[in-house]
Design a protein around this ligand. Structure first.
Ligand code: GDP
Ligand code: MG
Length: 669
């Protein structure tokens, strides 16, 4: 079986190609950091495996996900590299291609986005490019699948061995040093010695760690130092990595000169024109805010709620009647009746009715990702983020966190510096994920009808503001970092997303919600119902005498100062740790009424001020179980995992306290 490594710059269409070649689905997105771990898929012709590596600009890793590729090259066995190159950005892309060529394994270049290149007036001589690089170059359009069969034939064919191994002359000094290192290395190494040397001189830490297995560190340091000094004399360039890159750029320029003709002068592109407005220093943030506001209007008021009401009518009416008559037919006992209708249908149904809002929100997030706007948001936010010890890149995990905190925490991997990454991981759970939506929609609808969009918007903003303040606090205390932050984010060209891709990535994000409804929330509902049905006095007890009331009652006094000291709220918050949607399931079961009835009951129990305090508490109080799991995995530290739970609980309490007590002082209820 062939093992084919798919490598290339971010956003060049690797995942699109992966999907076509393997017939599977992988996240396609128009911004950096979408593929964060290598993914493996079986080729459609069943003759090999394809490994999708994270996008990188250089084999020399800057961040954790970039290190994946360097480690892969060094430590895994594979037969061939399929290098995906964006034809419209040849100059930048070839920098990586050359490093991969120097690695010396058989390689095929999939020259993607030839449609874009053509549109921009670039005429590329594919054969010439291939002969200059010494490997087959196959033009493709991964988005439509054009040319993919040809590419696959090239990959499968025997002509993949380089006609002549690609070699750049880095100048006398560097070449001599390469020789010197090669001599020092033992025979029979898997990795190419020349490549190891060049990478060492480029400052690749994964490679220098690897070399230290064979050669003492001090010797390597000495070689590096000597070479740098000597090269500086020759070239006038102070830093050795710079010497290597400079030489490579010259070679790339020469190649482009021979293989590419420009048929028209590049004028200002469509993307540039949009960017002038969207990333404008003054307009950028307002435009982003307006965009978010529209998103909430659409999700809650214009489209989501009407659909949700229809679904609620169906579940609470037709479906419930149908299930009830079915239960009658099979002569179910009163216990089963109550379990199914008051437990499962109320609990699961209470959450499922919010599926429309959640899918609409995911659709919009998918659109932001795939259109290219996500990278702009990072740029726009960079200045602001800099003030709080982060950079614009950290904003991306936060936005993804709006959908679900779990992938948000994972997306922090594209952040280079460890402290910034940790900080971003800690902040992401403050972003209001879609699981909290059912709570907002329920309470917002009951207490703030008419202004629901604005109320929900305020909670999202509150999450962001708290995150920014916390970031400032932590980055100037426990997570101090030396030196300025670096911000490297590529602005990909805007693209109109394909509807298939949008539909798929919306589904990929949203199916987790449905799955949770079928498993976690289902199980939780049964359990909660049982706890509410039984009590110290036996079964079928009054709700106030149930076990659930006892458990909730324990923490109720603690919640009293923040406005909702009822056992019902206490019980919901406890169960909400499993998954935040369960808060609504729990309330639906406790008050055992449908959604509409529930609003009525709630309005009898709480004031608007108390309701808002409750929503704020739900927003911040603790990351859900799945998020805690992923925080543990990503930080690899129990200390930080506990910290993430503890600090959010404290902040939630303080904020709710301020809102409730402050509101009371102002006479708001
Ligand atoms: P990756 O980051 O390398 O995995 O790239 P993706 O597969 O996620 O693709 C990035 C974006 O480029 C997506 O919006 C794709 O739809 C788009 N795309 C991929 N291939 C092509 C192509 O050949 N032509 C055009 N116009 N767009 C493409
Ligand atoms: Mg990808």
């Amino acid at each position: 079986m062939m093992q084919i490594a798919l490598a290339g710059n971010p956003n060049t269409g690797k995942s699109s190609l992966f999907n076509i070649l393997t017939g599977s689905y992988e996240y396609v997105g128009n911004w950096t950091g979408v593929t964060i771990e290598k993914k493996v898929g079986l080729l459609k012709n069943k003759q090999g495996y394809l490994i999708d590596l994270p996008g990188i600009y250089s084999v020399n890793p800057l961040s954790k996900d970039e290190g994946v590729t360097a480690n892969f090259l060094l430590h895994e066995t594979f037969s061939l590299i399929l290098n995906v190159v964006d034809a419209s950005q040849l100059e930048r892309n070839l920098n990586l291609s050359i490093q991969l060529l120097e690695f010396g394994k058989p390689m095929v270049i999939g020259l993607n986005m030839v449609d874009v290149a053509k549109q921009q007036g670039m005429d590329i001589d594919f054969a010439k490019l291939g002969s200059l690089l010494g490997v087959p170059v196959s033009p493709v359009v991964a988005r439509t699948g054009k040319g993919v069969d040809d590419l696959l034939n090239r990959v499968m064919g025997k002509d993949t061995d380089a006609a002549f191994p690609f070699k750049i002359d880095y100048g006398e000094t560097v070449e001599k040093a390469i020789e010197e290192l090669a001599h020092k290395l033992p025979e029979g190494l898997e990795a190419n010695k020349r490549w190891l040397a060049i990478q060492l001189f480029e400052g690749n830490e994964v490679v220098s760690t690897y070399l230290e297995k064979f050669i003492e560190k001090s010797w390597l340091k000495d070689l590096y130092g000597r070479t740098e000094e000597a090269a500086a004399k020759h070239t006038g360039i102070k830093l050795l990595p710079q010497v290597i890159r400079q030489r490579r750029s010259e070679v790339i320029e020469g190649i482009l000169h021979q293989a590419v003709t420009r048929t028209k002068e590049q004028d200002q592109t469509f993307s540039d024109r949009i960017d002038r407005i969207v990333t404008n220093r003054f307009l950028g943030i307002p435009i982003f805010m307006a965009f978010m506001y529209l998103t909430f209007k659409l999700t809650f008021e214009w489209l989501g709620n009407p659909l949700s009401d229809l679904l609620d009518g169906f579940i609470g009416g037709t479906l419930t009647d149908w299930i009830a008559s079915l239960l009658d037919k099979v002569n179910a006992t009163a216990f089963v009746h109550a379990l199914v209708l008051d437990g499962i249908v109320a609990g699961v149904g209470g959450v499922l009715v919010f599926a429309p809002q959640i899918f609409i929100l995911f659709l919009i997030i998918s659109f932001i990702e795939d259109s290219g706007y996500m990278a702009r948001i990072a740029t726009v936010m960079d200045k602001l983020m800099e003030h709080i010890g982060l950079n614009g890149k950290a904003f991306i995990p936060l936005i993804i966190g709006f959908g679900c905190n779990v992938p948000g925490v994972m997306a922090a991997r594209s952040i280079e510096r460890p402290n910034e990454r940790l900080l971003t991981i800690l902040l992401t759970p403050l972003m209001s994920c879609s699981a909290r939506l059912p709570v907002y929609i329920l309470f917002g609808g009951a207490f703030f009808a008419g202004n629901q969009g604005a109320i929900v918007f305020s909670l999202y903003i509150l999450g962001i503001v708290v995150a920014l303040l916390i970031a400032k606090l932590f980055s100037s205390t426990i997570l101090k970092q030396e030196g300025g932050s670096m911000f490297v984010v590529e602005l990909p060209p805007y693209r109109i997303p394909q509807w298939q891709t949008l539909a798929r990535s919306t589904w990929e994000k949203g199916k987790g919600f449905l799955k949770k409804a079928g498993t976690f929330i289902f199980g939780g509902s049964v359990l909660i119902w049982l706890l509410s049905y039984t009590g110290p006095g036996g079964v079928d007890v009054a709700m106030d005498d149930s076990f659930l009331a006892m458990i909730g009652g324990v923490i109720a006094p603690l919640l009293h100062p923040i406005g909702f000291g009822t056992w019902q709220a206490g019980a919901s918050l406890l169960t909400g740790f499993a998954a935040k949607e369960v808060v609504v399931s729990t309330m639906a079961i406790i008050y055992s009424v449908s959604d509409e009835g529930l609003s009525g009951v709630l309005m009898g129990q709480y004031t608007a001020l108390q309701a808002y305090s409750f929503m704020v508490f739900i927003l911040l109080y603790i990351p859900c179980l799945a998020t805690v799991g992923v925080i543990k995995k990503e930080t690899n530290s129990s200390k930080w995992t506990w910290f993430s739970m503890g600090y959010s609980l404290v902040i939630a309490y303080i904020l709710s306290l301020v809102i409730y007590q402050g509101g009371k002082l102002l006479g708001l209820g």
